[in-house]
Design a protein around this ligand. Structure first.
Ligand code: SF4
Ligand code: SF4
Length: 364
């Protein structure tokens, strides 16, 4: 099946539409930024809250991870998506941009490369990139939505990931069908369970194999995630008893007030309440472990950001002027390691409670 047919198949399966398709005002980063940073709001600015605990504000501590967003194309249209991804999106990273990323990964010796999207596997150069990354010896992470593994044209994807020792980080917001389908679309839970069984059959998710299968939980609504260790124990028990499934670990992630989740909050009239919850739960012990302090994020065009969230809000690394990955000379690379992080009120999503990152909670 060619990419166009795959897209049409995905459209038929989708349950919602993107903000872009709906011509929703919050489809633009500028309008999201205006809402979040409104001077009329009495809520504190994130930079001021950080300043009370860290002189000089938030800065990078190292550079060991590159998160590469391969595009906004996805076979799903989840209600909370911070990327506004979907089947009709056309933004996908070109191979030349991947080569620019590989050049930096090799020069710096980046330890972790985190492939995200959209559904990163729908990028037509995904498998080529994985093969090139494997040669660098880095840890390769694929943020997989699970349903892509049974999408026509991708039936051999799970075996490809296993053969290349790609770590799978898979979204499963609940071990109950109704909750998962409510957030991610009708039928997603059943397909996700089938995909997890397939990954288990390939050796993923068992403690005595090197094939890592991490699950990701995020709340269905405007709540904070529960304790990560306790929820992991519940997932382990329920998925084993109900479906005979095994997995390596669970990450709990807070819903960021960005894009489709921001639009949901606005529509339900719960935006102020949710932001206040995040602000009231600000935990300074999370500041050391924030993921932006050790990574860079690359968008589908090759521009650099502190994280995927800043990418979606169009807040470029270092401030106003965009930096392309191909322009990173040794001096600029060195500067990245201690740069000031660009922050906004959305960052309260990373510091609430136990904190949140692409690797789950950051403080216990
Ligand atoms: S949350 Fe993930 S799977 Fe869902 S639409 Fe967004 S990118 Fe796709
Ligand atoms: S959203 Fe989170 S990861 Fe991104 S810059 Fe803010 S604190 Fe850092």
């Amino acid at each position: 099946m060619d990419l166009r047919s795959q897209r049409l198949d995905c459209v038929r399966n989708s349950v919602a539409s993107t903000l872009l398709r709906r011509l929703h005002p919050l489809a633009t980063a500028a309008n999201q930024g205006s809402m979040l940073e409104s001077p009329a709001s009495s809520q504190p600015y994130f930079a001021s809250s950080v300043q009370e605990h860290v002189d000089g504000g938030l800065t990078a501590a190292n550079l060991d991870t590159m998160q590469v967003n391969l595009g906004k194309l996805c076979n799903q249209t989840c209600s909370h998506c911070h990327v506004d991804a979907g089947p009709e999106r056309r933004e996908v990273m070109a191979r030349a941009t991947m080569e620019d990323c590989l050049d930096v990964i090799r020069r710096v010796g980046i330890a972790n490369v985190d492939l995200t999207g959209g559904a990163p596997e729908m990028n037509p150069h995904f498998r080529w990139l994985v093969a090139e990354l494997k040669d660098t010896g880095c840890r390769i992470i694929d943020r997989c939505n699970l349903t892509i593994l049974s999408t026509p044209g991708f039936e051999d994807l799970a075996a490809f990931l296993a053969a290349n020792h790609v770590e799978v980080v898979a979204s499963l917001p609940c071990y109950l069908e109704s909750n998962t389908d409510r957030q991610r679309g009708d039928g997603v839970f059943a397909k996700s369970i089938a995909a997890l069984k397939r990954l288990n059959a390939l050796g993923y998710g068992y403690h005595d194999t090197s094939l890592v299968l991490s699950l990701v939980y995020n709340p269905i609504g405007p709540q904070l995630p529960p304790n990560q260790a306790e929820l992991e124990a519940a997932y382990r028990r329920e998925l084993l008893q109900r479906h005979g499934l095994s997995f390596t670990r669970l990450y709990t992630i807070t819903n960021m007030p960005i894009s489709r989740f921001l639009a949901e909050l606005q529509q339900s009239g719960r935006y102020d309440e949710y932001m206040q919850r995040l602000i009231d739960s600000f935990n300074p012990h999370t500041l050391d472990g924030l993921m932006c302090r050790r990574m860079v994020s690359v968008d589908w065009q090759g521009y650099l950001f502190d994280c995927d969230f800043n990418q979606m809000l169009d807040l470029p690394i270092g401030g106003v002027q965009r930096t392309h990955i191909r322009d990173l000379d040794d001096e600029k690379l060195q500067q990245l390691r201690s740069r000031a992080i660009v922050v906004g009120r959305h960052c309260f999503g990373c510091t609430a409670g136990s904190g949140s990152s692409c690797q789950g909670a950051v403080a216990n």
